[in-house]
Design a protein around this ligand. Structure first.
Ligand code: 7TS
Length: 400
């Protein structure tokens, strides 16, 4: 893996912030985009823009072909069996809302429990509440490891679904999804995996995981904002009612009765974000060219190095010290408020995120208002980690 070659593909990494070279360590919020992804958007709007699936004309036909080719690419990338199992959405949030709304309509009976982990992003909490479920959170240890014995005890005859994140966006924990699925299936309960923080860091194989739904966002894996995916097991997707009504999702409409299109179109009402989907295809090309295992190894090295350096700071508290972690480092130092740390290191060109990271229950678990979070991507370097610590060492004395 040639890091200089990789960095040269990301034009934004050449930007200056407050007169200093940008050090972008907010990758869990969104990754930057390689030139080929940016080009996919301009190429699409310059040469190909057309509404797909409907037109008889050339542009519509080619745009449709390219859009459907990305569906196949996504299918292979995550190990799905059929393109019918890949539904394009706007992102993880919409993906989970889609499953929650449709699943509730099909299977909820007014007394329904959904098991989630205690470390979920709000977008894997609120959709279930909107659907009327009572949530049963799996507790986790101080290190950020899920308690699987406690998990087993959460199943009741009201449990309709288990919905857990693959990787925590706040603690970095890689959850033992395969085992979580095994246990749920032994109870006859399907599992949704929120893969928003996993797809860009580790090789995802939905068949090896044996999960029933897998949701993720393009923009966290080097693709544009505005595109996401629901993988759903063919049999389950077939049984679910549509999420939204409109164009494309229908077979026949009359004022009396409507029949629905086949999978996956049943879940893709309206005009999709075609250019963004094409960008997602180029982002997958990028990741496969570099190699997902190489990306994981590089990020693991950065995480190890940054954790080591951070541990040497006096008054440091790291949140999330699970043995199996990916690319995320959340911490507090002494009495310094996370927001102040973030604002001051920004003045030195370093972008980190501060706050509750849309995981308020995690903050409640530790009794803290928020953390400072550095999160890594394939283009980050040890030199950037050094720049981050140089910035921290400058600002922390001002905050004690
Ligand atoms: N699930 C997880 C685990 C996430 O980390 C996020 C976004 C989402 C779902 C929602 O994804 P979206 O693309 O639909 O917004 N996480 C973050 C974050 O950690 N900082 O900003 C967004």
């Amino acid at each position: 893996m040639n890091i200089n070659d990789i960095r040269s593909q990301f034009p934004i990494l050449g930007e200056q912030v407050h007169g200093r070279p940008l050090v972008y360590l907010d990758n869990a919020a969104t990754t930057q985009k390689p030139q080929r992804v940016i080009d996919a958007l301009t190429d699409y709007y310059s040469h190909l823009n057309a509404n797909i699936h409907r037109g008889a004309h050339h542009l519509a036909a080619v745009a449709t072909e390219r859009y459907e080719a990305v569906r196949l690419q996504v299918m292979k990338f995550i190990g799905a069996l059929s393109p019918d199992e890949i539904v394009f959405t706007r992102g993880t949030t919409e993906s989970i809302n889609l499953v929650a709304a449709s699943f509730a309509k099909a299977y909820f009976d007014g007394d329904d429990e959904v098991i989630v982990s205690g470390m979920e992003h709000h977008s894997n909490i609120v959709p279930w509440q909107l659907a009327g479920a009572t949530l049963r959170p799996i507790p986790f240890t101080d290190e950020g490891v899920l308690d699987l014995e406690a998990y087993e005890r959460l199943f009741t005859d009201k449990t309709k679904l288990v919905s857990v994140c693959h990787v925590s966006n706040t603690l970095g924990t890689v959850n033992p999804v395969q085992r979580i699925v095994e246990i749920a299936h032994a109870h006859g309960v399907p599992v949704l995996v929120d893969g928003a923080q996993a797809v860009s860091h580790l090789q995802v194989d939905v068949r090896a995981l044996d999960c029933d739904f897998y949701c993720f966002s393009g923009h966290k894996m080097y693709a544009p904002m505005g595109v996401g995916v629901v993988y759903g097991r063919d049999r389950l997707l077939k049984a679910l009612p549509p999420y939204q009504g409109g164009g494309e999702m229908i077979e026949e409409v009359t004022f009396q009765r409507t029949t629905y299109n086949r999978l996956p179109f049943k879940f893709e009402a309206g005009t999709p974000s075609v250019g963004d989907v094409l960008g997602l295809g180029r982002a997958i090309d990028f990741m496969q060219e570099v190699g997902v295992d190489n990306i994981a190894a590089h990020e693991a090295d950065l995480l190890r190095y940054a954790t080591e350096r951070l541990s040497s700071l006096p008054g440091i508290r790291i949140y999330g010290t699970a043995p199996d972690k990916a690319a995320v480092l959340s911490f507090l130092v002494g009495e310094a408020h996370p927001y102040d740390v973030g604002t001051l290191v920004d003045q030195l060109g370093v972008a980190v995120r501060t706050g509750h990271h849309c995981t308020q229950p995690v903050m409640d678990r530790y009794g803290i208002p928020g953390t400072v979070r550095a999160s890594f991507a394939v283009y980050n370097t040890r030199a950037e980690v050094d720049a981050f610590f140089a910035a921290l060492e400058r600002v922390l004395p001002m905050l004690q």
